[in-house]
Design a protein around this ligand. Structure first.
Ligand code: NAD
Length: 427
């Protein structure tokens, strides 16, 4: 059990997710059985994965796949390789995937997989053995119409390539649609590399158009310069915004005149540190972008970054959550009291899973739309999702002043799940 500095027990990740569910069911006026259905996964599979290590030793890893809900379609969600991940975390993550996929309007339920392992401590061969072993152990419950994994923390397109290859071997035929975010040469799509950041940029633009009168010339500050943050910055600049601050664990770069994003990405790739960018002011605090003068702030790094302790320093009018869970509930409340709008993770960073859906549709047809058309489809879906949540938010807010964008997203997501379960006869 985790405790705070005063020794009080902290709610677990799963408890927090269940609390969100409870709040959504109440706010949307749904019947209690909806909570009963969604607070437990449909199926949890625990497997052992024996791997012969490079030194000849036999290691046996524990792997999970949580299949949370299938009311809207096959289970969909990533596979995480992390030394501290627990089965309980996996249940929480799978629950969030059900909500995210429903909100995005995808024909998917939610699932998530995990292996307790530090992938950085494995050789490439050991990592390949583990990835293939995971698939062999779970093959009976996976599949293009059953459960479609993708990468998550600690896994990547190479891992997906091994997994789809192993699954295809088990079935004795090629099954491209059984995994998504594969390398482009193996039935993947080049848009996947930047899909999450691209989606964040589209959402930033849509929010700016509603609340700031337009995106062109708007200032944007981004905390975290990894896959999400770099592509968020890149596409926001392409769409007309001015990126004034970026950061990674080495610190931050601030330039009110605007950062040359392509150059910053090149510097980060070559040297590993964005602070080696030659211009602008260098700030030591990696959280500095959260506090600079900017119209939009995007926490794109990790969870729990905007908290009650630092929320008063945030000056932006809009927060776009590229990372998962970067704003604590108490901090979010304070932001809304000041008229700041927080576009929640479940909407803002859905570009990755929406792109996975497009890849899956391509694979089922053995056809590729190519980069431009795929990106246009992704953009349309993200814009449509934003519009739906915006309309629901404005409508709910006209009745209750304490409603957030996150609440509106949750209610839309639950509404779709409720209707699907109702017509299926599950409620
Ligand atoms: P990543 O590892 O590629 O990048 C993370 C970046 O954040 C790195 O540049 C790191 O230096 C920086 N960072 C870490 N701690 C920081 C701190 N305290 N202050 C400033 N910078 C810090 O990870 P990613 O894939 O970009 O994921 C980032 C977040 O986005 C995570 O919350 C993840 O769950 C979420 N997300 C990612 C995707 C995706 O497709 N990559 C999809 C949905 C959600």
């Amino acid at each position: 059990m985790q405790r705070d500095r005063a020794g009080r027990a902290l709610a677990s990740f799963l408890e927090n997710v269940l609390e969100i569910l409870r709040r959504g069911v109440k706010l949307g006026g749904f019947p209690e059985p909806l909570y009963k259905q969604l607070s437990r996964p449909e199926r949890i599979v625990i497997v052992k994965i024996p791997v012969r290590m490079d030194d000849g030793r036999l290691e046996v890893f524990e792997g999970y796949r949580v299949q949370h809900n299938s009311a809207l379609g096959p289970y969909k969600g990533g596979i995480r390789f992390h030394p501290e991940v627990t089965l309980e975390d996996d249940v929480a993550l799978a629950t969030l995937m059900t909500l995210k996929n429903s909100l995005a309007g995808l024909p998917y339920g939610g699932g998530k997989g995990a292996v307790r392992v530090n992938p950085r401590e494995l050789s490439v061969r050991e990592l390949e053995e583990l990835s293939r072993g995971y698939v062999r152990a779970l093959a009976p419950v996976l599949g293009e119409q059953v459960d479609i994994p993708a990468p998550d923390v600690g896994t990547d397109p190479q891992v997906m390539a091994w997994m789809v290859d192993e699954y295809s071997k088990v079935l004795g035929r090629n099954v491209p649609a059984a995994f998504t975010a594969k390398p482009p040469v193996l039935w993947g799509n080049p848009v996947r590399e930047y899909a999450t950041g691209f989606g964040c940029a589209v959402i930033s633009r849509e929010a700016a158009e509603k609340y700031l009168g337009g995106f062109r010339g708007c200032s944007l500050a981004i905390q975290g310069f990894g896959n999400t943050g770099q592509w968020h910055a890149y596409w926001a600049a392409k769409l007309g915004a001015k990126v004034v601050a970026v950061s990674d664990t080495s610190g931050a770069v601030y330039d009110p005149e605007g950062i040359d994003v392509e150059r910053a990405i090149e510097v980060k790739r070559k040297t590993g540190k964005v602070t080696n960018y030659p211009e602008g002011e260098k700030l030591r605090d990696p959280q500095a972008p959260l506090y600079v003068d900017a119209d939009i702030v995007a926490p794109d790094a990790i969870e729990n970054q905007i908290t009650v302790e630092n929320v008063d320093k945030v000056k932006a009018k809009i927060i776009v959550e590229g990372a998962n869970g970067p704003t604590t509930p108490e901090a979010e409340k304070k932001l809304y009291e000041r008229g700041v709008v927080v576009i929640p993770d479940i909407l803002a960073n859905a570009g990755g899973v929406v792109m996975s859906y497009l890849e899956w549709v391509e694979n089922l047809q053995w056809y590729s739309w190519g980069e431009e058309e795929t990106r246009a489809r992704l953009e349309r879906i993200m814009m449509n999702n934003f519009q739906r949540v915006y309309e629901r938010y404005e409508e709910l807010r006209s009745r209750r002043s304490d409603v957030t964008f996150r609440d509106a997203a949750l209610v839309i997501s639950l509404q779709r799940l409720y209707e699907a379960m109702k017509v299926r006869g599950w409620l």
